[in-house]
Design a protein around this ligand. Structure first.
Ligand code: ATP
Ligand code: MG
Length: 344
């Protein structure tokens, strides 16, 4: 199975296979968006389409060729800014009435007309055998237009679209082992937006996105030190909040503190409605690698904080060990959706 994540900063592709109970990382590849869009013609209008299908599919074909990926079946991870997630309860009812009730409820939460979205939902909690208790539903709505664009990208890339999945599900599958029933908060720090996900009992229970641009970090360093953006990006990646240059750590703390607030608010809401405390924090997304971030989160939130490695259970050449550990935060969504395809 091939998993593809068309992210803001890069397109990430993985090819996975399953043999018995083990998974093998067959191939992977990525291309930075800055390389794809550099040569775009001046009359190209971004607003005419959600994604630049020609550029993206050409880039995907390039990655597949370079990485020697022969598999045609693909699952795309759909970024959080294209999806709408919510959770709600419905009263107990016969099984066959549930889809109708979910649809009816969804129409109250989603701003787009219900005919223009595709719904994907899961029952995340119910008491077995208890026919009187409410059903908790986790719902994802994807605009049909987005689905259409991904279908076109798949065909223009010469791939067979096997499925589409919201990235929050992919990230959860990639990072939380199926036997882990703890209450976990996964913070995905993205380039265009960030997401706080709460996983409990192995299921994704909440997923909230908010504006946080990880590129803001480099921009602020660039302004604070009066240096070029590229140099600031380098300092961010190499030194992060551990930097001893005057002003860097202070600038970064100012931007990062709102992320901590988001986690606190969402954990508090979850505790209030479910009486469950978040036990652990997982960080993912490329910016999770920011030097010093993990320690700062652990200290501020007083919780065990880690960057789980989505490749850790895979078979792969040992020489890749360190590379894969570094790549894990930005590849989690692609890996997770591909894993989902192998499970079916
Ligand atoms: N060591 C590091 N420290 C800080 N930031 C880093 C580090 N390595 C990569 N990044 C940042 O991670 C970002 C890329 O992350 P990622 O691959 O998760 O983005 P994306 O998936 O393309 O974005 P989005 O999910 O918002 O569409 C870039 O902004 C890059 O500067
Ligand atoms: Mg991403």
């Amino acid at each position: 199975m091939v998993g593809i994540d068309i992210g803001t900063s890069a397109i990430k592709v993985v090819e996975l296979s399953r043999w018995g109970k083990g998974n093998t990382l067959e191939n992977y590849g990525q291309i930075q968006s800055s390389l794809i869009y550099k040569q775009q013609s001046s009359n190209y209008e971004k607003s005419s389409s959600l994604l630049s299908k020609e550029f993206v599919s050409r880039a995907i074909r390039g990655i597949l060729e370079e990485s020697h990926i022969k598999t045609k079946e693909v699952i795309f991870s759909i970024p959080d800014f294209f999806t709408f997630c919510t959770s709600f309860e419905i009263p107990p009812m016969p099984e066959k009435e549930i889809p109708g009730a979910v649809r009816y409820n969804a129409s109250q939460y989603i701003t787009l007309p219900i005919s223009e979205v595709t719904l994907d939902w899961k029952i995340i909690a119910r008491h077995p055998g208890d026919k009187k208790s409410a059903l908790k539903i986790f719902l994802v709505a994807i605009p049909n237009q987005v689905i259409k664009e991904y279908q076109e990208i798949a065909s223009m890339s010469g791939l067979d679209l096997y499925a589409l999945e919201a990235e929050a599900f992919g990230i959860t599958r990639a990072l939380v082992k199926s036997n882990n029933k703890k209450t976990i908060c996964i913070m995905d720090v993205g380039v265009q937006s960030s997401t706080v996900n709460i996983i409990d009992g192995g299921f994704l229970q909440r997923s909230y996105s908010f504006n946080f641009y990880s590129n803001k970090l480099s921009k602020s360093i660039s302004t604070a030190l009066g240096i070029e953006y590229d140099k600031a990006e380098e300092i961010k990646i190499k030194e992060g909040i551990l930097s001893s240059r005057p002003g860097v750590a202070e600038t970064l703390y100012l931007l990062i503190n709102p992320l901590l607030m988001e986690i606190k608010t969402i954990s508090a809401e979850f505790f209030q409605s479910e009486q469950k405390q978040v036990e652990e924090i997982y960080l993912t997304g490329g910016a999770a690698n920011l030097p010093g971030l993990k320690e700062y989160f652990a200290e501020s939130l007083k919780k065990n904080t880690s960057l789980p490695n989505c490749f850790s259970d895979f078979l792969y050449p040992p020489i890749l060990e360190e590379t894969l550990k570094d790549m894990s935060p930005s590849f989690a969504a692609a890996v997770g959706v591909a894993l989902g395809g192998l499970e079916i």
